[in-house]
Design a protein around this ligand. Structure first.
Ligand SMILES: [Zn+2]
Length: 119
């Protein structure tokens, strides 16, 4: 059994099966990362209410927690925010995978079909 990751600020343990995703930690009330995470959660709740899946850049707190989790994130790593009864955050790309395209690849066949005049 591997040891759970802990918050680098308050040593609160990660809650790996939490519905909010992998960044759920048992922070202390005094933890500064908790304050940042709580503020972000309010903003993310607004995003989740207006979009099926909103994509935004990672916060510095998320980067700090990702480092504690040994996640291989880059400057381009995004967070996908969804609603699953709670605000759920998932990294895009998931470490070790390729990014999700922001738009479907152009299809020459579809473009030709939509520019032809009706007969
Ligand atoms: Zn903490």
């Amino acid at each position: 059994m591997t040891a759970l990751a802990v918050c680098p600020t308050c040593s609160g343990r990660q809650m790996p099966n939490h519905p909010a995703g992998g960044f759920a930690f048992e922070h202390t009330n005094e933890c500064t990362l908790r304050r940042h995470e709580d503020a972000r959660a309010v903003s993310d709740a607004d995003l989740a209410r207006h979009f099926v899946a909103a994509r935004r850049p990672m916060t510095q707190s998320e980067r700090t927690l990702a480092a504690a989790l040994n996640l291989d994130v880059t400057a381009d790593t995004l967070v996908i925010v969804t609603w699953a009864g709670v605000v759920r955050r998932v990294l895009d790309p998931l470490p070790g995978t390729t990014p999700t395209p922001t738009a479907p690849p152009a299809s020459p066949a579809l473009a030709a079909a939509t520019t032809q005049e009706p007969r």
